[in-house]
Write a protein of this length. Structure first.
Length: 235
């Protein structure tokens, strides 16, 4: 009876510790820095916590309610469901995965400001729809869903304010996003590696006469495929 009682009480204690585990301890173990992320504030437990001023690289994402999967935590992994609270930036939901060999985000839906994410490219927001991006070590394991981009400036009479839309896929070890305007004459394409390296370009294939001079002030270069603005950064 004493042996059974010891096992029972030990089990109850371990379950209680898991249920009341502070969120900040779980986040510390999750190594968010490996995903290019950091949080200035974290409170509550893994069952119902809140992250304040979550950052992706130098870009502020907002404040989130989060909930962790205890089963994944027991295996030394993080599967964290998140929901943004900020009304100004709008809803953003998904599941963050890290720990073990698999890391990334699943079923991401909502908008992320991009002013500090894409190496100076004139894109002010990226909007995701049911987007999954997962890396297995340094290799892209899964990439699916849709993504849209909104330009931060208008290029004269060119109607680029309609934005771009497309899909994400795995391309070798990297994630590849290919977006195009409704007419298909303007494109945004970029690659993201597991290390957070981002490299891409904006291409305008049929610019209006004389517009190349204006676009040159934004860094566009004339080439055989049209006017191209390359960008590169690291999250």
């Amino acid at each position: 009876m004493n042996w059974r009682w010891a096992v029972w009480t030990t089990g109850i204690a371990l379950i209680a510790m898991l249920l009341l585990l502070p969120l900040r301890i779980a986040l510390s173990a999750a190594d968010l820095g490996s995903l290019g992320m950091s949080a200035r504030q974290a409170g509550g437990t893994i069952w119902g916590g809140r992250i304040g001023e979550l950052m992706l690289g130098r870009q502020l994402l907002g404040t989130f309610d989060v909930r962790l999967d205890p089963a994944a935590l027991l295996l030394g992994r993080i599967a964290m469901r998140f929901e943004r609270l900020d009304q100004v930036q709008g809803p953003l939901t998904g599941t963050l995965r890290t720990g073990g060999s698999i890391s990334g985000v699943e079923r991401l839906t909502g908008a992320i400001p991009a002013g500090n994410l894409l190496g100076g490219a004139p894109i002010d927001a990226l909007t995701f729809t049911d987007t999954t991006i997962l890396f297995d070590g340094k290799r892209c394991a899964e990439a699916s869903g849709r993504i849209a981009a909104n330009l931060a400036v208008r290029f004269g009479p060119l109607a680029l304010d309609r934005g771009f839309a497309g899909t994400v896929t795995c391309d070798g070890d990297r994630v590849r996003a290919r977006l195009a305007s409704e007419a298909g004459t303007e494109q945004v394409e970029f690659f993201v590696s597991s290390s957070g390296q981002v490299r891409g370009w904006i291409t305008i294939r049929s610019p209006l006469r004389g517009l190349d001079t204006l676009l040159a002030t934004y860094g566009f270069r004339t080439g055989p495929g049209g006017l191209t603005l390359p960008f590169e950064t690291r999250l």
